[in-house]
Design a protein around this ligand. Structure first.
Ligand code: TYD
Length: 240
């Protein structure tokens, strides 16, 4: 399969810490990450609304993984409520979902000049399937490179301790297949994985305290994203 659009962005290994290294004439690709119950849906919504206010109506698109594309509902159902027998099958299904989602939603939007705010992306796979399930990081990175997944420009990590996250989910009722990881030390390993990823990729990942109240988190998210964009503009100015 040839995917010329993905070739533009290079592979995951070279670019994981690339940060805002994309021309600002194209849209920016922002991902929102964190453990289950960290508040990413609320914050992604608010970030997207703020971008629309700032950049103009129609300039931002909010989407999500797993499942945020035409064929994704089936995969999402299978991954969250179905029976997936091995970690490798689970990994391949998440990657297949991402591949479809990039082709159908993310890359067309970026090429139209929209800013994309995506709930979950490659860091979810690294945190959940490597730190959580124990699959070697290099194996996941190798597969992601083969898939030519572009790195995000900025990643917002909503850092919340497991207790707070678990109690937020408690209010929602039954936990899905992945969320049942709160019953073991799975989610603690995932949280650790996210923090380690933030240490490894400080040029791309901004960490925001997700335990604060909603308005304060939203203000911090917009502030940190703006900072990154300004840094990028300064760098661009220095180069020209
Ligand atoms: P999410 O959409 O955050 O669930 P909800 O909307 O119910 O809060 O994510 C679904 C689950 O999938 C979540 O537990 C994280 C997991 N996941 C992975 O394990 N690997 C991945 O690559 C992705 C994208 C998600």
């Amino acid at each position: 399969m040839t995917t010329p659009d993905r070739d533009l962005d290079g592979g995951l290994d070279r670019d994981l810490d690339r940060g805002l290294d994309r021309g600002l004439d194209r849209g920016l690709f922002i991902t929102v990450e964190g453990i289950d119950g960290c508040g990413k849906t609320t914050q992604a919504r608010r970030l997207c609304a703020w971008l629309e206010d700032t950049l103009g109506s129609g300039r931002a698109l909010r989407t999500f993984e797993p499942g945020g594309w035409g064929g994704g509902a089936l995969l999402r159902r299978l991954l969250l409520d179905g029976t997936v027998l091995t970690s490798r099958t689970e990994l391949l299904l998440f990657l297949a979902d991402r591949s479809g989602h990039l082709d159908a939603e993310v890359l067309p939007a970026l090429n139209r000049g929209q800013w994309v705010v995506c709930e979950r992306y490659t860091d979810s796979t690294l945190a959940y399937q490597s730190w959580g399930r124990g699959i070697a990081l290099e194996e996941i990175e190798g597969l992601s490179n083969w898939c030519r997944f572009p790195a995000p420009d900025v990643t917002v990590l909503l850092d919340v301790d497991e207790k707070t996250a678990r109690s937020r989910l408690g209010a929602r009722g039954k936990l899905d297949r992945m969320e049942s990881g709160f019953e073991t030390d799975f989610m603690a390993r995932v949280a650790l994985g996210y923090r380690e990823l933030a240490r490894r990729y400080p040029g791309r990942i901004v960490v925001v305290d997700g335990a604060a109240d909603e308005d304060r988190v939203a203000a911090q998210v917009t502030e940190r994203v703006t900072e990154r964009v300004r840094q990028r503009r300064r760098l661009e100015g220095e180069r020209t």
